[in-house]
Design a protein around this ligand. Structure first.
Ligand code: SAM
Length: 425
């Protein structure tokens, strides 16, 4: 049959003519995933070395940098790509990441599995990548026993990953990593609250901060699924990119810890007029800790009251994850490893680095505001971004950009301080 040949990273893929499988817009997603999983593999390899040397101090360990991609590594990463289409992503992982034991490239579609098989052969990675023809649900649920679990599960569906989260949290080993793509931004950004609620159990808010809100709703949903099995979530890198979101989250075990994450979940009150947002976290102990130490934010007003700034009605959104979206040591190491990689390793090298530099400086305070929109609501002049930022700094608060929206502002200043500053500028 007629086909098209595509080269991406180190993979050469044949696409069946007319198939809608290949999405060039997702090259960035795959580049970022290769870079992140390289780091996950490095950390896994170093932990394995420590474990082996603890049992037998005589054993020598090959440094990660000296391992070759494409060579099977005993006790290396076991990866499941549950929705694989052409196998492209799995083949890139196999050819670009050292330290891999096995990758399952799975798809429900028979035609897709044919193309996975062909591409695995033609890229000569049959030692690492195993084609699998199954419903992703079956694949995940049949790998729940500890001896069958994966170190990494990658979910890259069309639209929502919602229905796969329950299976995914169960088949990930302790300290494993779940990678999630969601492209259903219309419902996550509030165009269809009913559909968002049914997928994630959370109510979206149609606001300028909706992209970060989307990440935080997905993390809430994941936290809920994980907590049922006494597991906790530790976000490594959660980003909003173009028309989708991509999350890399470590899954750990422990019931007391799972309960303590309650303080990281909150209902959000959002003013229907001035767009101010307030948080009402679920866990009281953690709320006190937060107010004292980690970061300050506006605490939610009791239900039934109106916005403290403009007196308008409040609407309820969420629940959302209030905790961090990034692990800073992971992000720093990721930047270092992309900088050190040969320049032609990633088509989107520069864009990845520039986004990650922003991520590295991002404040942990949830959500952000858009000064143009706020100025319109307040009937003030639109202040220059850098003028507004230095005014907030001068008032004694912290301020940063967000990777999720150009020109938006993240700060730990309370809304009334921002309002005063906007009026004074
Ligand atoms: N991960 C691929 C990549 O990076 O090139 C793209 C995957 S594509 C967005 C989604 C794939 O999921 C399609 O090939 C579709 O056949 C498959 N799919 C849909 N529902 C599925 C299910 N329940 N189980 C397994 N595969 C499924």
């Amino acid at each position: 049959t007629d086909s098209v040949q595509v080269k991406e990273g180190k993979a050469n893929i044949r696409l069946p003519e007319g198939a809608v499988f290949y999405n060039p817009a997702q090259v960035y997603n795959r580049d970022l995933s290769v870079a992140c999983l390289r780091l996950v593999s490095k950390r896994h390899h170093e932990n394995e070395c420590k474990r082996i040397q603890k049992n037998d101090p005589q054993t020598s360990c090959i440094p990660f940098e000296q391992l070759s991609p494409g060579v099977r590594q005993e006790n290396g990463l076991k990866i499941a790509e549950a929705l694989s289409a052409t196998g492209l992503r799995s083949i890139r992982y196999a050819k670009e990441i050292p330290g891999i034991d096995t990758i399952y490239a799975n798809d429900i579609d028979a035609g897709a599995v044919e193309s996975i098989k062909h591409n695995v052969q033609s890229n000569d990675v049959q030692n690492l990548v195993q084609a699998s023809h199954d419903d992703a649900m079956n694949l995940l649920y049949s790998h729940r026993k500890p001896e069958n679990q994966f170190h990494v599960v990658d979910l890259d569906p069309y639209g929502t990953p919602g229905q796969f989260l329950d299976g995914a949290v169960q088949c990930i080993k302790k300290n494993g990593v779940l990678c999630i793509t969601a492209t259903d931004m219309a419902s996550l950004c509030g165009n269809n609250p009913h559909s968002c609620y049914s997928k994630y159990g959370s109510i979206p808010l149609h606001q300028p901060f909706c992209h970060e809100f989307a990440l935080r709703m997905i993390l809430y949903s994941l936290h809920m699924q994980a907590a049922r099995y006494d597991r906790i979530i530790e976000p490594l890198l959660c980003m909003s990119i173009d028309f989708y979101v991509r999350l890399f989250v470590r899954i750990n075990y422990g019931s007391a810890k799972a309960q303590s994450q309650l303080g990281d979940i909150a209902t959000v009150y959002n003013c229907t007029h001035c767009t101010s947002f307030f948080f009402q976290p679920y866990g009281q102990a953690s709320l006190d800790e937060r107010n004292n130490a980690k970061f300050r934010y506006a605490q939610g007003p009791p239900v039934g009251t109106s916005c403290t700034h403009c007196g308008s009605n409040l609407r309820v959104g969420g629940p959302i994850w209030l905790g961090p979206l990034f692990d800073h040591s992971f992000v720093s190491e990721l930047i270092g490893s992309i900088e050190q990689a040969p320049h032609d390793s990633y088509a989107y090298r520069d864009r990845m680095l520039s986004m990650l530099y922003v991520v590295k400086e991002e404040l942990p305070n949830p959500l952000y505001f858009d000064n143009t929109k706020l100025a319109r609501i307040m009937h003030t002049q639109v202040p220059q971004n850098k003028v507004l930022r230095s005014a907030i700094l001068n008032a004694g608060y912290r301020v940063s950009s967000t990777h999720a929206r150009q020109d938006a502002i993240k700060t730990d200043a309370p809304h009334e301080v921002i309002w005063d500053i906007m009026r004074a500028l």
